[in-house]
Write a protein that binds this ligand. Structure first.
Ligand code: FAD
Length: 402
């Protein structure tokens, strides 16, 4: 790669942005940038990028961004704003905390806590992108190589030039090939845990399981999370457990026994919930040590490509949304692309590392055993629920500093 000194576009020439990856981060970045007047081309390697995934939780730090991107109306019938997060000890079947979400959290942070199907969130972003005159969204194109010159960056796929721009955003996810070829060749490290997901209809929900709120059931070697999706018509269920097998994809088929085995010591409502579906998909949970840099001349990393996060704080998609908004603001406010990228990296690196660490800590707390498990349950039982939720103000109250 050549060393360059990126210059800002002039008022008469809008910034031209290439984005590799049409996931949640890539599409949010496209929208945020197009709203500043940039011309954006998104390349997604999948022909049907939105078919996969199950539930996604979006804290107020993410819903505020979705609202600012004009997606609230589109998502209205697809999301639920759950009233509370019910925390249980899984094997004992006892509720140890009832933490307020709903109106209380929405008023505290000026934006709601939503739960949704990943496909619905992706579809909302996708249709907003398709409708925007400054964005071109091309499916079935995998960016395999880049070339950086003084005045532009080129993107190649299958040996062909597919785009030229002032900046290329690598939003190509956990296994980012652009990160590995341009920034850091290390591969993400398997955490030793995998997750399985399914979705059931509301009529299939067994007794003892909340239809409207988020439920989490903790146990020493794994946990179960469930919440309504599709506007409350379905329930997404995720089971996380220790696992030796490492799956590379997001949707490997998984034997029902794998899931049943994970909850064999759980109370009856959870076992009944797991028995309600025999169609599960599994993905392995990975971590990546912090990168030295996220930016190189005219290329910048965003979302999971820069900072994959374990799902124990439900912030993977939200961090990508925060990245998208921050990068758009930096590019619009700074005099040069170089300054913008420096500001983006400074703001986002520390934030992502803080969230990654908090998520890892949560996972450890969820899976405590013995006296520590009892101490956790006792702390959750006696602590004022609003005080517990207020301890996440740093997370949900995030706003860009530019
Ligand atoms: C299919 C799928 C299902 C998922 N399911 C869940 C789930 O159920 N629960 C959960 O918590 N999280 C899930 N995630 C992860 C979650 O969506 C992300 O962690 C989060 O939203 C961060 O988004 P991102 O845009 O950085 O990465 P991603 O959402 O992973 O998006 C990256 C996109 O880049 C595309 N891509 C990769 N390489 C290239 C390339 N070279 N050129 C062009 N395009 C490329 C990928 O196909 C993908 O669409 C899923 C991700 C995917 C891709």
């Amino acid at each position: 790669m050549q060393t360059i000194d990126p210059q800002p576009p002039t008022k008469s020439s809008p910034l031209r942005i290439l984005i590799a990856g049409g996931g949640i981060g890539g599409l949010a970045a496209a929208l945020a940038l197009a709203r500043t007047g940039a011309e954006v081309r998104v390349f997604e390697k999948r022909a049907n990028p939105n078919e996969d995934g199950a539930g996604i939780q979006i804290g107020p730090n993410g819903t505020r961004i979705l609202q600012s991107l004009g997606l609230a109306d589109h998502l209205k019938s697809k999301v639920t704003a759950p009233k509370a997060l019910y925390v249980h000890d899984g094997p004992m079947g006892v509720r140890v905390a009832e933490l307020p979400l709903g109106d209380w959290l929405a008023e505290r942070h000026g934006a709601p806590y939503w739960v949704a199907h990943r496909a619905d969130l992706h579809a909302a972003l996708s249709s907003a992108v398709d409708a925007h005159p400054l964005i071109e969204f091309r499916h079935g194109i995998e960016i395999e190589g880049t070339e950086t010159y003084t005045d532009e960056v080129l993107a190649r796929s299958g040996g062909q030039l597919v785009g030229a721009g002032d900046l290329l955003i690598a939003a190509d996810g956990l296994r980012s090939t652009l990160r590995q070829s341009l920034f850091d060749a290390r591969r993400p490290r398997y955490s030793g845990k995998s997750a399985a997901r399914t979705v059931i209809s509301i009529e299939q929900i067994p007794g003892g399981i909340s239809q409207e709120s988020v439920g989490i059931w903790l146990a020493p070697k794994g946990h179960v999370v469930h919440y309504p999706v599709r506007g409350g018509r379905e329930l997404a269920i995720v089971v996380i457990r220790n696992d030796l097998a490492i799956d590379e994809g997001w949707a490997s088929a998984v034997n029902h026994e794998w899931v049943k085995d994970a909850v064999q010591n759980f109370a009856a409502p959870v076992r009944n919930l797991i028995a309600a579906s025999d169609s599960w998909r599994k993905w392995a949970l990975f971590e990546l040590p912090p990168l030295k840099t996220w930016t190189a001349d005219r290329i910048v990393l965003l979302g999971d490509a820069a900072h994959p996060v374990l799902p124990f704080l439900a912030q993977g998609a939200v961090l990508a949304l925060e990245d998208a908004l921050t990068l758009a603001r930096c590019l619009s406010d700074c005099e040069t692309v170089r300054k913008a990228l420096r500001s983006y990296q400074t703001q986002r690196c520390r934030r992502a590392q803080t969230v990654q660490a908090a998520s890892r800590r949560n996972g450890k707390t969820y899976h405590l055993d013995g006296p520590m498990r009892q101490a956790r349950n006792m702390t959750l039982t006696v602590s004022p629920p609003k005080r517990i939720m207020a301890s996440y103000d740093w997370l949900y109250g995030w706003r860009p500093s530019v």
